[in-house]
Design a protein around this ligand. Sequence first.
Ligand code: HEC
Length: 166
Amino acid sequence: MAGDLRTLVAASVPPRRLEGVRARLAGALSSLPMLLRRTGADPAVVAGMREALSRRDWNALGGALARLRRSHPLDLGTILPASPTPQRLRAAEAIHRQSCAGCHDAPAADVALPASNLFEMARTMPAEEFAARLLNGVRGDTRSAHANPFGDPEIAALIAFYARGR
Ligand code: HEC
């Protein structure tokens, strides 16, 4: 969500893409109360975040996201430090070729939410953000028909594979 907010604030993003990212943020905010409740936290904070999104108060939204990141840090212990074996990387390459490349290797230019090039993403954003996007993105949607099929070892292998580039 913080990464999407950064896209909203960026100067040179096409209007259609901006709308897509805004809609994705709004969607994320609608499942956030449930996630917070699951951790025993008070979901009341989300109402203020929704208001901030609708009045485009990026400082308020960014501040709330930063507080949530501090109170609910993303534990990537089993995912990021892994130095994957050659077998893992080959497995990730096979996953990419069979299940991801078709959509992600040649993203459509002017769509609201393109299937971004995953090597490019791994190269241009902090590892933590790419991991978070992979954890959320691979969950899939009605278009991708993926239902969170990967465990930490596969996610770790994919991150290492994309980070190496072509
Ligand atoms: C049928 C097409 C399709 C397939 C197959 C597919 N994706 Fe996607 N993916 C998309 C689209 C479209 C989006 C953008 C929609 C969105 O972000 O809500 C997306 C979003 C993502 C995101 C989030 C990107 C972001 O900007 O945050 C990640 C990460 C991702 N996909 C990884 C994968 C991986 C890894 C695979 C293979 C295991 C895969 N996807 C397979 C279409 C696909």
